[in-house]
Design a protein around this ligand. Structure first.
Ligand code: SF4
Length: 308
């Protein structure tokens, strides 16, 4: 059977790059799996990180490619090293041995064939730990339907309801409708995230929660995202609305999104969460948690994670 990495159509970019032959498409990666870091991570929501951390794989490259990416060192600069299937499997087994609550695949869409093999092998060998798809939200609905046969938890971003902002940030004005279709497919397959324990005493085992990072000066986009989620999924949709944006060098080069988020804007977004009646919502009480701004050139990319 031909590899899905030949004439690649794994994401909405539909590049048809022959990644097997060393070509790269928009995501910038061949068929050799590259990873920036693998670690128990404590920077996710409490119901994901729990007490023992989320076993997180930070993949290199990205098919969404927002210029302001907080993980730009791995998404744009491709920091990371290559992993064979066997190394991926052994890394997963090692994380499970450390007691993590789930395996968390960050920016995974362009690595689906690798992850399909990994998840199948883990299940075949009796591991029942939840698999978590931690994505940009810029996914094909058909791909999501296939992924939901193996993945237990979907944690997609919903970045843009404003087509012009999407075009300016990641080059596709169709992001809102593409992300909405993908989200509907995930909710149809998996339902909402459950159990939803805001304290993290019990971690989630299945379902969908949507993340949204509020961007500086873009409050109206965030209000529209909330309206859209409430309209299509109702107030029971679990959401996590974040204020931790930190401008990266590309923001200063473009003179766009080159500030921290104004707290009054975040407060307005939080008020709208209440107005719309969302009942399962994570919000962040203070501006910017720099301890979880990663530096993938360090041995410990996240200062906020505990030392072993
Ligand atoms: S996964 Fe990469 S190569 Fe494949 S269609 Fe998407 S951006 Fe293009």
């Amino acid at each position: 059977m031909p590899s899905a990495y030949q004439s690649c159509t794994l994401c909405p970019r539909q590049c048809h790059a022959n990644r097997v032959d060393g070509q790269t498409g928009y995501c910038g990666e061949t068929d050799q799996c590259r990873i920036g870091a693998i670690l128990p991570h404590f920077g996710e929501e409490p119901c994901i990180s729990g007490r023992r951390g989320s076993g997180t794989f930070f993949f290199s490259g990205c098919s969404c490619g927002c210029f302001f990416c907080q993980n730009h060192q791995i998404s744009h600069e491709h920091i990371g090293r290559l992993f064979t299937d066997e190394e991926l499997y052994q890394s997963a087994v090692s994380l499970i041995g450390e007691g993590v609550h789930n395996l968390n695949f960050v920016t995974p869409d362009h690595w689906w064939p690798h992850l399909q093999r990994l998840c199948k092998r883990l299940r075949d060998n009796g591991f029942d730990i939840p698999f978590l798809w931690n994505s940009s939200g810029y996914s094909l609905a058909a791909a999501v339907r296939e992924q939901c046969r193996l993945i237990d938890i979907f944690l997609p971003d919903f970045k843009f309801a404003d087509p012009e902002l999407a075009q300016r940030c990641m080059g596709d004005a169709h992001y809102p409708e593409i992300a909405l279709d993908a989200l509907k497919a995930a909710v149809d397959a998996l339902g909402f995230l459950r159990p939803f324990d805001p304290d993290g005493d019990i971690t989630a085992s299945r379902g969908v929660m949507v993340r949204h990072l509020v961007l500086p000066g873009q409050k109206d986009n965030s209000l529209k995202v909330l309206d859209l989620l409430a309209d299509h999924f109702g107030p029971s949709m679990p959401i996590s609305v974040m204020n931790q944006f930190i401008p990266v060098p590309a923001c200063h080069e473009r003179h766009f999104l080159d500030n921290r988020l104004a707290q009054e804007d975040y407060a307005a977004v939080c008020r709208h969460i209440v107005e719309l009646g969302f009942i399962h919502a994570f919000i962040q009480p203070e501006s910017g948690d720099d301890a979880f701004m990663p530096d993938f050139t360090r041995e410990r990319p996240f200062e906020g994670n505990p030392l072993k």
